[in-house]
Design a protein around this ligand. Structure first.
Ligand SMILES: Cc1cc2nc3c(=O)[nH]c(=O)nc-3n(C[C@H](O)[C@H](O)[C@H](O)COP(=O)(O)OP(=O)(O)OC[C@H]3O[C@@H](n4cnc5c(N)ncnc54)[C@H](O)[C@@H]3O)c2cc1C
Length: 414
């Protein structure tokens, strides 16, 4: 592959795509590399969209992964404002709006994920300008303006993004009401104790939670909305932000022969069920040899590294992707970090007594760390979460006594 000229095409202009294009150029200077994205921007980071950009601490222009100069110098073409709506895997041709028709020899699908939408009884509410979702820069800009104007905002869904937006709104001295249908924040993969500490922090800042609460109806009354919960509690609000999860962005490929099961199914080399078609990032349900199972992740580091590994394999270097998952969330002064897999374990132990020194829960399987989740003020859990990933990657057996003892340095056991 290295010395042949090929048409390498990447659908989607996000994190996996940007890093894949950079990696391709490290191995292949001759092939044509084209990124096709429906967005009007060059690939950019999404984490600041719910955090620093919302509170004006970071400019949207500063979120690009690489500048225009990088793509020019590396001879990578980025075709913006093009939504790919059809693909012929036999002829190896993709088509999109503006008469876009492109052929490929190798294709990388990196279309990410899209917001799960809330079902409304009243369809008119779908186009309300004060009912918003967050996925891209335009959404974040709208939310940034609206949260400054609103009086009584409501967030539906207490996942990472909903909670981060709530923490950002609080910085404008506004109290946020949060509605969640399950019994705890951030889903079941987060230890209950950590979820409770995050909830407590939000409450100390004035935010109010309704857990175990389903929405019965949402009605518009003058310029406000009235949300009725299933136990007939009514909440009045002038701004609703919805964060009820994401789904893989696979709609373009649904009626094709590509195997899609909770995302595009790919092996450890990022190869899909169709020859010369690869997938990476949020859209891919990939086989992870370390855990012996398929998984789909929605996280920054994974999107980047998966894109890089897809590129290596596109360039003919057969390298399997075995990275231990890692992600983080920032809310107020709290930093939460998650490594590995925290939902499939036979034992659990905690380390640290409070968020000042940092608390970490380790999840063990046959005395090997399977996952770890930590919370602290600032980045105090970062080092031990990193060490947990390494111990897990190397499958080193470690006792609960060692893990729980804060006076023991974990790097001694690597
Ligand atoms: C608001 C927000 C905050 C986040 N915060 C964190 C965090 O704190 N920590 C963390 O670890 N992760 C976080 N994430 C997750 C992380 O940003 C994602 O996992 C990562 O962006 C996924 O990268 P990707 O390249 O797979 O997809 P994306 O970045 O979603 O890029 C996919 C791109 O493909 C485009 N596209 C889709 N379909 C088509 C089509 N048919 N034609 C053309 N283009 C198409 C999309 O418009 C998009 O630009 C956050 C995500 C969001 C939305």
């Amino acid at each position: 592959m290295k010395n042949e000229h090929k048409n390498i095409l990447i659908i989607g202009g996000g994190q996996a795509s940007a890093y894949a294009s950079q990696e391709i150029r490290k191995h292949d200077s001759k092939s044509t590399v084209t990124i096709v994205t429906e967005e009007k921007f060059l690939p950019y980071e999404r984490p600041p969209l719910s955090k620093n950009c919302l509170v004006d601490k970071r400019k949207y222009e500063d979120c690009l992964f690489f500048s225009e100069k990088f793509y020019d110098e590396n001879n990578i073409e980025v075709k913006k404002n093009i939504h790919i709506n059809n693909i012929d895997f036999n002829k190896k041709i993709i088509t999109g709006n503006s008469n876009c028709k492109l052929s490929y020899d190798k294709l990388l699908i990196a279309t990410g994920s899209k917001n799960r939408e809330l079902e409304f009884e009243n369809n008119d509410l779908k186009n309300e300008e004060n009912i918003l979702y967050l996925r891209n820069i335009d959404d974040s800009k709208k939310i940034n303006l609206k949260i400054k104007e609103c009086n009584n905002p409501v967030i539906i869904g207490c996942g990472f993004i909903g909670l981060e937006i709530a923490a950002s709104i609080s910085q404008f001295e506004k109290k946020v009401t949060l509605i969640e249908k399950s019994s705890q924040l951030m889903g079941r993969v987060i230890p209950e104790e950590i979820s409770k500490l995050v909830k407590l922090k939000h409450e100390q800042e004035g935010n109010i939670f309704f857990l175990n609460s389903n929405i019965k109806k949402i009605e518009k009354e003058n310029k406000e909305f009235v949300i009725t919960l299933d136990f007939n509690k009514e909440i009045k609000t002038d701004l609703i932000i919805i964060g009820v999860g994401s789904i893989p962005n696979t709609s373009v490929f649904e009626n094709s022969e590509l195997i899609i099961e909770n995302g595009i199914k790919v092996n450890e080399f990022c190869q899909s069920s169709i020859e010369d078609v690869f997938a990476a990032g949020d859209v891919a349900n990939f086989y992870h040899p370390h855990y012996g199972k398929y998984m789909r992740l929605e996280s920054y580091k994974h999107a980047q590294n998966h894109g890089i590994f897809a590129a290596k394999n596109i360039c003919g270097l057969k390298e399997s992707y075995v990275d231990i998952p890692w992600m983080w969330s920032d809310q107020f002064d709290l930093n939460l970090q998650l490594s590995g897999v925290c939902d499939d374990y036979d034992d659990m132990v905690s380390r640290g007594k409070d968020i000042r020194e940092g608390i970490i829960y380790f999840f063990l399987k046959k005395n090997i760390i399977h996952g770890a989740c930590g919370l602290a003020i600032g980045g105090k859990v970062a080092k031990n979460i990193r060490l947990a990933s390494k111990l897990s990657e190397k499958k080193i057996k470690i006792s609960k006594e060692i893990l729980s003892d804060t006076s023991t340095k974990l790097n001694k056991y690597l």
